[in-house]
Design a protein around this ligand. Sequence first.
Ligand SMILES: Nc1nc2c(c(=O)[nH]1)N[C@H]1C(S)=C(S)[C@@H](COP(=O)(O)O)O[C@H]1N2
Ligand SMILES: [Mo]
Length: 500
Amino acid sequence: MTRLTAALVGILGVAAALAAGHLVAGVVGPSASPLYAVGNTAIDFTPSFLKDFAVRTFGTYDKLVLLLGMGVVLLVAAVVAGLLSRRTPLPGTVLAVALGLLGVAAVLYRPDLGQLGVLAPVASLVVGVVVFRWLHAAASRPTSENPSRRTFLIASGATAVGAGLAGVIGQAAAGRVDVEASRRAVGELKPTTPAPAVPAGADFAAEGTPAFITPNKDFYRVDTALAVPRMRAEDLVLRVHGMVDRELNLRYDDLRRRDLVERTITMTCVSNEVGGPYVSTANFVGVPLRDVLREAGVRSGADQLFSTSVDGWTAGSPLDVVMEEDRGAMIALGMNGEPLPVEHGFPARLVVPGLYGYVSATKWVVDIEVTTFAAKRAYWLERGWGERGPIKVMSRIDSPVGLSTVSGRVVATGVAWAQPTGISKVEVRVDNGPWRTTTLSEGVNDSTWRMWRVELDLPSGGHTVESRATDKSGSTQPQARVAPIPDGATGWHSIFFTVA
Ligand SMILES: Nc1nc2c(c(=O)[nH]1)N[C@H]1C(S)=C(S)[C@@H](COP(=O)(O)O)O[C@H]1N2
Ligand SMILES: [Mo]
């Protein structure tokens, strides 16, 4: 067997194994596909610093990078196993079994997959072993003869075509849960209490800030889901239980038939670095969470609202915060005039103004348990992040852009936030000079961001501008640089630019 043939046998064996798993997963549950299951489990085991690094470096492409990385590792393993198997098919067989078992372990570890999910990696294991050994046998016959060479060519061609077909059919089968059709069928979610209109002067978008309302397609996205959960509205039963007087089981229609409220809320991720992009604002439509919990009847002694998504991610929110009358915590169904986009939690998610997303904003939420912090620990708490997660006062400079050259009049603009307290002032200083107050945009509500602008008259040359915000309770954004972990970054944003 030539080296090339040996490598090809290894690659085709692994490809057939993956495709078979993907095909079976299309029937038993898309996230059981070995590549996804192993990837998702790897995400759960990745140390926080590495996850942080991935998010910082690759942004929303972090998952694509992970899948590509896994692809490269598999390719190398397949080639090596193929080459080692030139005399005996044992090494390749061992690889197929090992990969299959890894898939089984990953599926068993996933909290969102039933026992049936194991069938996908088992299919991978069996098909991997059988196809590898079959191709190996076909390639091992004397190659001097034309017909036997043809046997291998036909066998490998058939494997490639079969694997491709299985992959495509698996993908199509997974897509049969038509979540987009379900979203369309939801139609308009009309709030009984609409949010006040956002005034035209709420942003300085013409001068470099983001638009006050972030379009859904630009809204930041952070989650641990490799493949976005595809849940139909009609399949939702939101269970409210734990330390309550009555357990509730709310279907999507039960939720949408209630009096819906609309609230303009700025969400923020705890992983956001000083100057970072993980902050966005939307009009959310949904049901006040407080009302639902009062219906269930919260028992005394509880201090945590523990929420779980359909893919098994969990968040623990401080119950006192969620129950505050003016807080505006909600079970959101809609976002900016449409049902939640699938990536942002369709059919339902939680939003709690003033708390970082990791302790509050469960997307694809299916379970809400009233409990205690002593009894249960949520996903990121287990990984070293803080328990309560209140959002810290922060400001960011959006213009001038760092390291740019500007000419003429310099207008510095940016955003600041301190949900749910609200921003009272943003100051900037240039080249360590005195602090100057900036002009704030028209306020919308204290749970949203606020834009600022200031005109600077500067001589040509290089300059550094820094900003700091103060909230309505009088706390000023601290200068000390602190990393996002465990409970949110602090420090002043600073930008260097040149005046021509
Ligand atoms: N199911 C699920 N919900 C989740 C997460 C997740 O990983 N899984 N991440 C949380 C985090 S850390 C943040 S900051 C917000 C982000 O919400 P967005 O992606 O809609 O902006 O969702 C939260 N909800
Ligand atoms: Mo987050």
